[in-house]
Design a protein around this ligand. Structure first.
Ligand code: FAD
Length: 273
């Protein structure tokens, strides 16, 4: 089996903390390379990422990896977080631009993720293994696919060690993206991000916002299963496990699962592999 990693969002309420701990305990059994924690764009004071990373590394004894976004933060806030993560023992980080919540006016000192990668390399040398985001189906704000690829290359040229992709359900989009990246001289590993399907209507909303396409045949089959929750779960796990198999057979270097802090949807896929 390839290396795998799991992504979480930082829990806030007591209930979310309990669910987070349960999920981490279950998914730890798959010996992931790391478990990463997202960071809400808009400034460090709004985020519970550092304490969640600390909890993963301390209580759970796994490699907790922080995401860091630059869009709403000042250089000083970013520097403070980087120092904190080093003090926690982190040597890996996922560096992103982020999206400001709608209505939030803060713009921050850095505009794009390549500037964040540059800042980390300038100030911390090779200490961090830096992962950036990549978009096999093209980032929704990019002028076109070629411009988006060039912007991805700028992140690698600034010092990114590898990339994790936005999720997708069309393996060919990933393979073509990797080919195009290689043709541009990008040789960093590009790890597919895999989104298990837990809640289809939520997935639809996410997908509209982030530009990921849900193939029509999947949507139609999901609809056909209607309220039969068991049939929906089985179908969803079969589809995503099939996608993972194609990615593995086609040479993906690892798989990164967006868990949404739930164990079951990811476990049902891993059990099928
Ligand atoms: P960038 O690489 O900066 O690109 C953003 C857009 O700007 C793209 O359209 C790109 O083509 C364009 N662009 C880049 N450089 C330039 C330039 N010089 N001139 C003009 N256009 C340019 N969001 C969060 O808020 N928190 C998280 O923890 C988080 N984790 C994520 C993890 C992964 C693996 C992925 C794939 C996404 C994650 N996101 C997260 C979402 C991400 O922040 C958004 O997709 C965001 O819109 C773009 O971030 P980026 O780092 O890809 O930005």
């Amino acid at each position: 089996m390839l290396p795998i990693s799991f992504e979480f969002y930082p829990p806030k309420t007591d209930e979310q903390h309990a669910q987070f701990d349960r999920t981490v305990r279950k998914l730890k059994a798959y010996a992931p390379q790391f478990m990463s924690v997202t960071f809400g764009a808009g400034g460090s004071t709004l985020s519970h990422t550092p304490e969640t990373v600390q909890r993963l590394r301390g209580e759970h004894g796994v490699t907790g990896v922080p995401h860091l976004t630059c869009v709403g933060g000042s250089r000083e806030e970013i520097r403070t977080l980087l120092k904190l993560y080093r003090a926690l023992g982190c040597d890996r980080i996922v560096a992103l631009r982020g999206d400001l919540p709608s209505g939030m006016a803060r713009s921050g000192d850095l505009r794009y993720a390549n500037e964040l990668v540059q800042l980390i390399r300038d100030e911390h040398g090779d200490h961090f293994h830096i992962e950036v985001a990549a978009y096999p189906e093209t980032h929704p704000q990019a002028d076109d696919a070629q411009a988006d690829l060039r912007h991805f290359k700028a992140k690698v040229d600034a010092g990114a060690s590898g990339a994790i992709t936005q999720y997708f359900y069309n393996a060919d989009a990933y393979f073509r993206f990797v080919e195009d990246a290689r043709a541009l001289g990008i040789d960093a590993p590009i790890v597919p991000g895999v989104m298990p399907i837990a809640n289809f209507s939520q997935l639809r909303r996410f997908s509209e916002a982030c530009g990921a396409e849900i193939p029509r045949w999947i949507a139609k089959r999901m609809q056909a299963h209607g309220d039969d929750a068991e049939a929906v779960r089985e179908f969803a796990a079969d589809v995503v496990a099939g996608l993972c198999r194609r990615l593995i057979d086609g040479g993906a270097p690892a798989l990164h699962f967006y868990t949404l802090n739930l164990a079951k949807p990811t476990q049902s896929i891993l059990q099928r592999l």
